[in-house]
Design a protein around this ligand. Structure first.
Ligand code: GLA
Length: 353
């Protein structure tokens, strides 16, 4: 197991970003940059032992510094949407950027995906890791309190990518940290993901309004195209004329894993790609997962090795608290207060069929 560092380019602010190459096994490696805490590459084997890079991304920091759809990034302070870019906390109203139609998305104009994190390589018996730290100052993107965050990636020799998030604050603030990797188990340049077979261990999802804000309902998936409780191809029902699929332009919805938010590890998803036999299992302590299937990808992002990322060429499983929780009293709370510790974990486990 090894970890090496190399320069990854200069940020628009003139700082040099680094790329850390983590090898947990000869057929299980990752590349992570301290810019945005971004997972740039992840190599995993197919059923014949052939490895491929299975996450979408760019060759150097310039692609990530420009506008892009959060490829591989750590998203914060608040992953997903906050209605109208506003919330009230302890009687005080806060205004945030409206960077997604009328709503706030993924932490604002300059979210954690654009921060240069401090990185520290780690090693343990069964894994290589990278500890990333970032302090978001009071008032950052409109959020209250100085928030000190740590995101630790571990790549294990049993082919699991573990991500652990912690944060502490000196004033009450909403927090919802996630990772926004786009997977394609055929390979990042493998075309559309519609034949990937998905299982989502969720019997409810949070339906949305026209601007993708949850209505507050936890709707049973039973009898809808959102029922992935038994494996189904992502593309099998995606073009059904159904209000929620029309609003999301496909799947772009939060699924309910644990409405009580007990912080237990549960399995969120399993994805199998039939051609290569690659399998991804997702486990998390988070109460929800946003299943997004790259509906907004349109070929305008040219990525690693010149790969063009077209419509639905990657899928995301963003483990998270529910969207718009700061405005939805019935959803599990995302408020972190001084003296408390925000702590969540997500594991992406790779196998073959
Ligand atoms: C999330 C959102 C999507 C889209 C992507 C980024 O997954 O739910 O609607 O904004 O991020 O493009």
């Amino acid at each position: 197991m090894t970890i090496h560092k190399r320069p990854f380019g200069t940020t628009p602010e003139g700082a040099v970003a680094d790329l850390y190459l983590l090898a947990a096994a000869s057929d299980f490696k990752a590349a992570i940059t301290n810019y945005g805490g971004i997972l740039v590459s992840l190599w995993a084997p197919d059923r014949n032992g052939k490895t491929a890079d299975i996450v979408l991304g760019f060759d150097d920091v310039s692609g990530y510094a420009a506008k892009h759809p959060y490829f591989g990034a750590i998203v914060g302070r608040y992953g997903n949407r906050i209605a109208g870019g506003q919330f009230t906390l302890d009687g005080k109203m806060y205004s945030l950027a409206q960077n997604d139609g009328p709503n706030h998305l993924h932490g604002g104009v300059r979210g954690f995906d654009k921060a240069l994190w401090t990185a520290e390589p780690l090693i343990r018996d069964d894994a290589v890791g990278l500890k990333l730290t970032h302090t978001s100052p009071n008032g950052d993107e409109g959020y209250p309190g100085n928030l000190s965050c740590t995101v630790t990636y571990w790549l294990t020799n049993t082919k699991t990518l573990e991500i652990e998030y912690t944060a502490v604050t000196d004033a009450p603030t909403p927090v919802n940290l996630t990772n926004h990797s786009y997977f394609n188990l055929k390979g990042h340049n493998g075309g559309d993901i519609l034949t990937h077979e998905l299982t989502l261990f969720a019997d409810r999802f949070t339906p949305v309004d026209e601007t993708l804000i949850p209505t507050g309902e936890l709707r049973p998936v039973e009898g809808t195209p959102f029922d992935f409780r038994t494996a189904a191809a992502i593309g099998a029902r995606i073009n059904t004329e159904e209000e929620q699929l029309v609003r999301g332009k496909g799947y772009d919805h939060n699924f309910v894993l644990d409405a009580d938010a007990k912080g237990r590890f549960v399995q969120a998803a399993r994805v199998r790609e039939p051609q290569t036999g690659r399998v991804l299992e997702v486990y998390t302590t988070e109460p929800g997962v946003q299943f997004y299937c790259g509906n907004f990808l349109d070929g305008s992002n040219v990525g690693k090795g010149g790969a063009v990322y077209n419509h639905r060429n990657g899928f995301c499983l963003e483990t998270q608290h529910f969207p718009d929780s700061p405005n939805q009293a019935t959803f599990p709370s995302t408020v972190l207060r001084p003296g408390q510790m925000h702590h969540t974990q997500t594991h992406f486990r790779f196998l073959t069929d």
